[in-house]
Design a protein around this ligand. Structure first.
Ligand SMILES: *Cc1c(COP(=O)(O)O)cnc(C)c1O
Length: 308
C-alpha cells in the first residue's frame, strides 16, 4: 500500500471522527481580584477540545480539512508556530500528507527545535524559505513559486495561522457556545481570525474583547477584512486593547512569567505563555481599572495549553 492510498480510520468522519469535546466546558473561577470588584470570571476551556488539536486550532482547521478530503495540506508558520504543530497532528490523525513552509532559510541548517521536531515526527514535510519570500507569500506569483519549490503544486493551501473565511466561520461556533453566558468574552489574538468569528457568533448583547499579542496596531483592519471575507461585512460588537503585547510575539517579562505561574498555582489551570498569559494579565489589569461594571460576567477563552 502506498501512502497515497492509505486512509486512516478517523478520516472517514473527518475531524469529527476524533471525538472532540464540543461544546468545550465553561468553568467558574473564584479569584479575589475579580470578586473584590463584583465581577464574575469564567474560563471557556477550549484547551480541552482535543489532546492534540487544541483550542482555536481545532475550530479553524476542522472546516478546512473537511474542504480538502484526501489532499496534501500545505500551510505556513514560524519556528514555534502552534498552528504548524496542530496541522501536523491533524495530518497524522487523519492520514493526510502535510507540508509546513517555515519562516527562516537559516533554520534549514540547524538542528530542529522541539516544536519543529514534533511536526516532523507527525509526518509533516518542512520547507524552509527566507524571510522576504515568507513575507511575500500571499502574492500569487510568490505563492506559486513556493508551491513549486516545495513540490506541492496540488496542495490545499491554508494561510499562516489558519485564518481564512472557512476558519472564521468555524470560530463563529465559539461565540454561539457563549451567547447569553457572559457580558464580555475576551481572548488573545494573533491573526484575529478567531475573534472575527467569535464576535459574529455572540449575537446581540454580547461583546468580544481582543488582546493582541503582536505589536503593531494593524489587527483591527485584518479583522474587518476577515469578517468581510467570511460574512460579507462587519459582524458583532468587538474591540481590541493594544496595551498587553509585552514587546511582541513570544516576548515576555519576569512580571508576566510570575503572573502566569501564580495564576496556575491559584487555579490549577495550565497557562499557555505566548497567548493566554497575556490575556489573563490584561483581564486582571482591566478589572483593577474598573473596566467591568459590578455584576458583570467576563469569560476568558483559554485558547491553548503550554507546549511541553
Ligand atoms: C493561534 C492561537 C491564538 C490566536 O488565534 P488567531 O485566530 O490567530 O488570532 C490564540 N491562542 C492560542 C493558544 C493560539 O495557539
Amino acid at each position: 500500500m502506498t501512502s497515497a492510498t492509505f486512509v486512516a480510520p478517523a478520516a472517514h468522519g473527518g475531524l469529527a471522527g476524533l471525538r472532540p469535546r464540543l461544546p468545550s466546558p465553561v468553568q467558574d473561577v473564584v479569584d479575589e481580584r475579580f470578586e473584590r470588584r463584583g465581577v464574575r470570571l469564567v474560563l471557556k476551556r477550549d484547551d480541552l477540545i482535543h489532546p492534540e488539536l487544541i483550542g482555536n486550532k481545532w475550530r479553524k482547521l476542522a472546516p478546512n480539512l473537511s474542504a480538502a478530503p484526501g489532499r496534501t495540506v500545505l500551510t505556513f508558520g514560524g519556528a514555534y508556530s502552534n498552528h504548524l504543530r496542530a496541522t501536523a497532528a491533524a495530518g497524522r490523525l487523519l492520514g493526510l500528507p502535510t507540508v509546513g513552509v517555515v519562516r527562516g532559510q537559516e533554520l534549514a541548517d540547524r538542528p530542529l527545535n522541539t516544536s519543529l521536531a514534533r511536526c516532523v515526527a507527525d509526518g509533516m514535510r518542512l520547507h524552509f524559505v527566507d524571510r522576504a519570500t515568507y513575507r511575500g507569500k500571499t502574492a500569487p506569483a510568490t505563492l506559486a513559486a513556493v508551491l513549486r519549490e516545495a513540490d506541492a503544486e496540488d496542495a490545499y493551501v491554508v494561510p499562516e495561522g489558519g485564518s481564512n473565511a472557512l476558519a472564521v466561520r468555524g470560530c463563529q461556533v465559539l461565540g454561539e457556545e457563549l451567547a447569553g453566558r457572559a457580558d464580555v468574552v475576551a481572548m488573545a489574538c494573533g491573526t484575529g481570525g478567531t475573534l472575527a468569528g467569535l464576535a459574529s457568533g455572540l449575537g446581540p448583547g454580547g461583546r468580544a474583547l481582543g488582546v493582541p499579542v503582536l505589536k503593531g496596531g494593524f489587527l483591527a483592519a485584518e479583522i474587518r477584512g476577515l469578517q468581510a471575507e467570511a460574512f460579507g461585512g462587519p459582524r458583532g460588537d468587538w474591540s481590541l486593547d493594544d496595551r498587553f503585547h509585552f514587546g511582541g510575539y513570544a516576548r515576555t517579562t519576569p512580571e508576566l512569567d510570575a503572573f502566569a505561574a501564580d495564576f496556575e498555582h491559584r487555579h490549577g489551570v495550565p497557562v499557555e505563555r505566548v497567548y493566554v498569559a497575556k490575556l489573563l494579565y490584561a483581564l486582571v489589569s482591566l478589572v483593577e481599572e474598573n473596566a467591568f461594571p459590578r455584576g458583570s460576567t467576563v469569560a476568558a477563552v483559554v485558547t491553548g495549553r503550554p507546549f511541553p
